[in-house]
Design a protein around this ligand. Structure first.
Ligand code: PMP
Length: 292
């Protein structure tokens, strides 16, 4: 039996889970999404992800045809039906089926689907040895043009950066703002350790306010590690004691080389390793339980 997908109120086999070629999610990237993780029968930060999804939808005037409560139930039920102990959950709401014009008024009913599956972003060894990244030529979208808090189906900006990283022979890209400040990676936020403090770019650098980012900042505060938001340059990164990225799919991944510069002593740093341990602990103990 294959995976069951939630599609517009029903659970269907993955092979039957189809959307129209007239769906504006496909034609224009007109829609929003979330990536959520579950660990050991617990959905991590579910409320935060659902809130962010509804905020993204609200800003693009997309009315999600179900309440947050119903959406939470649909996510939990998708995990139960598929008997998944640990999963990556992709929740997508598109503008729905319309005609070939942009006009969203032609789309009567949003399309909602939920996939619960697995995800592997990077080779496992990078979590032990650390990862190399490079700055890519494509800058992060101008936040004045497209607010990065809208987690929309338009990911070409990030995909172009990912292609540039792959072309350079590495797994991940460092994206700068149009002014040349450090923004984020293609689907992850970035942190450095500087003089014993954790520093990460502020939202106005044009980044998504990641849920993992917020969790790591909270974990650090609880451990009395100073945390701040600051505009960062590549020079700041090259000379950092430690560097790592954070994201729902990536979790916490150490970075040990940027544009050929070795970061710290070229190994995952002490604070990074500690936060990775703390993060693992919190994912295995906190969350919405869906398995008895
Ligand atoms: N930045 C971008 C552009 C992303 O797509 C993501 C992944 N959703 C992140 C950062 C990390 O956010 P989160 O920790 O909420 O997954």
């Amino acid at each position: 039996m294959g995976l069951k997908i939630y599609l517009n109120g029903k659970w269907v086999d993955a092979s039957e889970a189809k959307v129209s070629i007239y769906d504006h999610g496909l034609l224009y990237g007109d829609g929003v999404f979330e990536g959520i993780r579950s660990y050991d029968g617990l959905v991590f930060k579910l409320k935060e992800h659902i809130d962010r999804l509804y905020e993204s939808a609200h800003t693009i005037l997309l009315k999600i045809p179900m309440t947050k409560k119903e959406m939470i139930r649909a996510v939990v039920e998708t995990l139960r039906i598929n008997r998944l102990n640990a999963a990556y959950i992709r929740l997508v709401v598109t503008r729905g089926v319309g005609d070939l014009g942009l006009d969203p008024r032609k789309c009567e009913k949003p399309t909602v689907f939920i996939i619960a599956d697995k995800i592997v972003l990077y080779p496992q060894r990078i979590y032990q040895e650390g990862m190399e990244i490079v700055t890519v030529p494509t800058p992060r979208n101008l936040p004045e043009a497209l607010n990065p808090q809208i987690k929309s189906l338009n990911y070409l900006n990030n995909i172009l950066a990912k292609i540039e990283a792959i072309n350079a022979g590495v797994e991940e890209a460092l994206m700068l703002s149009a002014h040349g400040y450090v923004a984020e990676c293609t689907g992850e936020n970035i942190f450095i350790v500087r003089r014993g403090s954790l520093v990460t770019p502020p939202p106005y650098a044009g980044i998504l306010k990641g849920i993992t980012r917020a969790c790591v900042m909270e974990l650090a505060s609880k451990s009395r590690i100073p945390v701040s938001e600051d505009m960062l340059t590549r020079h700041d990164l090259y000379n950092a004691q430690e560097c790592f990225l954070t994201g729902t799919a990536a979790e916490i991944a150490p970075i040990v080389r940027i544009d050929g510069r070795v970061i710290g002593d070229g190994k995952p740093g002490k604070l990074t390793l500690r936060l990775m341990r703390d993060f693992r602990k919190v994912t295995q103990t906190a969350g919405v339980r869906y398995k008895k």
